[in-house]
Design a protein around this ligand. Sequence first.
Ligand SMILES: Nc1ncnc2c1ncn2[C@@H]1O[C@H](COP(=O)(O)OP(=O)(O)OP(=O)(O)O)[C@@H](O)[C@H]1O
Length: 267
Amino acid sequence: MTETPAIRCTGLRHTFGETAAVDGVDLEITAGQVFGLLGPNGAGKTTTIRMITTLLPVTEGRIEVFGLDVTRRRMAVRRLIGYVPQQLSADATLTGRENVALFARLFDVPRKQRKHRVAEALEIVGLTGDADRQASGYSGGMIRRLELAQALVSSPRLLILDEPTIGLDPIARSNVWERIEQVRVETGMTVLVTTHYMDEAEQYCDRIALMHRGRIRSLGSPAELEAGLGPESTLDDVFRAVTGDQLEDGGGIRDVRAARRTARRLG
Ligand SMILES: Nc1ncnc2c1ncn2[C@@H]1O[C@H](COP(=O)(O)OP(=O)(O)OP(=O)(O)O)[C@@H](O)[C@H]1O
């Protein structure tokens, strides 16, 4: 018997007025994998994620999360998902522990388990020593790890991260990824992540979908995608072949925006 996939999208579409942000996506994500959704700015990644997390309606097609239809079983689906959006979700005026405790209450973690689960989530992301400091004093990497703890406190089966490492320095980036990897190994959680960083996708993702103009253009493991283009090809080459060089400027602009956003959050 085949295992129910963590996510199955069939003929998925979402339009904003005349714009088809997601334009016929078929996608299956195996439970327990780290799956990377890659694409240039405006490819439709965030729109896809927002439909999976039930935050946007499905205009056309169907999404199932562990076999549950997201349109009909919205609340049940939400209970299965931990979501770290691109925009700020940590409160700088609270301590790290208070931030995570707030999410434990929001996500209905049973009262008796809350203290333990909050401490556990902080431990996983390596923030135990800083848990009782105000988040306003955290670095960008620490804020991102705090947001990860917020998403983990409800013990989700599916963790969805929208550009978790954008705007961070290389050490903070690998630190965030190590925590994600650790949780995956320990819990068997499925992880769906968007990133602009090809090296991260190559190193940490089991499978990748390259998205461009609302459609999936290429799908497979990093090695399969590279081998498909030719010997010595890198994931960057595959990306460029699919999107026509859009990454050259796109990533930079995006990084500047993200760095500004991170600076604002810390300021
Ligand atoms: N609320 C909205 N109203 C109108 N158009 C939108 C809205 N959100 C997204 N779009 C459009 O839908 C398309 C896909 O956007 P989306 O944010 O999903 O892309 P993305 O791949 O996540 O890009 P990025 O890497 O910049 O986050 C773009 O053309 C975008 O301008």
